[in-house]
Design a protein around this ligand. Sequence first.
Ligand SMILES: Cc1cc2nc3c(=O)[nH]c(=O)nc-3n(C[C@H](O)[C@H](O)[C@H](O)COP(=O)(O)OP(=O)(O)OC[C@H]3O[C@@H](n4cnc5c(N)ncnc54)[C@H](O)[C@@H]3O)c2cc1C
Length: 605
Amino acid sequence: MADKYCSVENAKFLLHDVHGFEDILKFKRYEDFDKENVDLLIDSVKDLADKEYFPYFEEMDAKPAAYKDGEIWAHPQVKTIFEKSGDMGLTGATFDYDHGGMQLPFMANIASGYILTAANNAAVMYTGLTAGAAHLITSFGTQELIDKYVPNMLNGKWGGTMCLTEPQAGSSLSDITTTAYPQADGTYKIEGQKIFISSGDHPYTENIVHLTLARIEGAPAGTKGISLFVVPKMRIQEDGSLVSNDVKAVGDFQKLGQKGNATVHLAFGENKDSQGWLVGEENRGLKHMFQMMNGARIDVGLNGAAIASAAYFASLQYAQERPQGRRLNNSGRKDVSEGQTFIINHPDVRRMLFLQKAVSEGALSLVMEAGRLHDISHQSTDAKEKEEAHLLLELLTPIVKTYPSEMGRTSVDNGLQILGGYGFCTDFPLQQYYRDIRISALYEGTTGIQSLDLLGRKVTMQNGRAMMLLMGKIQETMKAASTYDEFKPYIKTLGGKLEQTQEILQHLLQYAMKGEHEKFLADANIFMEFFSTIVIGWQWLKMATVAKEALVTGNLVQPSEFYESKIHTMKFFYKYEMPKTAAAMEILKNGDFLTILEMEKELIM
Ligand SMILES: Cc1cc2nc3c(=O)[nH]c(=O)nc-3n(C[C@H](O)[C@H](O)[C@H](O)COP(=O)(O)OP(=O)(O)OC[C@H]3O[C@@H](n4cnc5c(N)ncnc54)[C@H](O)[C@@H]3O)c2cc1C
């Protein structure tokens, strides 16, 4: 087991130095917080993760959640996770005081989530989904629903889930068939099947509150006929006691990774006795659910960044301890009279380690950027600032979900490679990180779906206004960086990439204007690769500029090596990652769509 799985120093650097947490603390909602008490909270989260999350990371994988004898079994530590997270107020950290929360800024919650997820990504899903489900109730539910469900969800007694997917309706939810039959008392009888439900069942909470999408009998077809319901596993009686609500786990999914989290097939109303309560307005369920899905997409990005970070520390430790071969001397020949060197001294191993560092820290910085935008868009009293933050967040969300998931996977893959044959073996955790991170690109909207969202909706919304705002923000970073001559080449590269982005968009938008939408969006995934790399290049220039300023002014919170490593990693990113956008650009500008749009039988042959 590796000694280190996350960097609290980096989380604090991003929060305070790079992303201006101080400005966020000025919002009225956060008046009870200051830098000191937030740092103390982060330290106590690390302590909790050290004691209750990380020690069970491998064991929860080795003893996966499973359906046995008609019940879901999960690792008993899940009970402790619910209890401790509830007791410390972490499950409901960002909720209103009125709802039993602590009104923690979203950005600080990201720092806390990073630590817990890096420690044990399967465990953190149980409470993360509970918070998401409770948030839907507080946002759209009646006071009665809030009072009935939310306190117990936040204090760790009850769990929560998000029930969208059905066998025939995954990426496209317009095809869901779970039905809600209206009853005389204003409630609904729910009937249908939901699959792939994370944390969907387990014996460790008294109740599980399923936020479920269903179609009210007779509702219009498609997404405009979907409503949202609270459907608890256990129904609350008048006297407060709990009885079964006819929601049954009928199977589970044995998975590649995240094995500690139970992924469940749920049957609602097999005995026609599953009662549901409408949340929000009839037929607006998908819109309500999207509120949770946007937050959940940031969480999935955080999942990717945190797993990639944990994998980095594991391979770094291995590379520092594993002797193998000899250094390449200046003449390019190995000197056999020398003793073995540690593999960290081989340039190729260093390249892979830097790739891991560049991706995981760049991704985490972007997630934190999203956290800041989330706080501003919810709390600012300046209407313009609020609206702009909202637009920027809308644009960045598919990237925040996708870059850490896709490139996080590549970075963990490189981490595994560093361990050689041992990377493939269960004695070391790299293979688990490799398996665990794979889901990030699949759930909460696959990479294909996120890419369509980015290019097809977000880039073009309000005539490209969000895109213009983002370009402005990137230019602000370039201006700040221009104080330092050392950064001039990187500013030039980033500026050139912004011009190329405009060029590509002009090229692609021609198809959209001609109504050739298939051609416009056919390579959306390649555009995601291209643009997300540029966005991370922006994050690295931002981090390096702050690090340089700290070194120049001597205003150092960490040892100087910490800041130097930021600058060095930025240079690595610009040498090894930014040029990859050139290949993507070549593909995006090539108007030959014959292969993917017209050739089907050739694929089948
Ligand atoms: C471990 C795990 C946990 C999950 N947890 C939950 C949960 O808690 N709650 C829940 O409701 N669901 C959950 N899911 C379901 C998950 O969100 C879906 O699997 C996902 O949305 C994809 O749906 P699908 O599997 O049906 O794939 P499909 O939708 O069939 O997609 C298959 C492929 O086709 C591509 N594709 C589909 N449509 C398009 C399109 N229009 N254009 C281009 N490409 C397209 C996709 O990108 C993908 O590559 C979970 C899944 C897993 C595996």
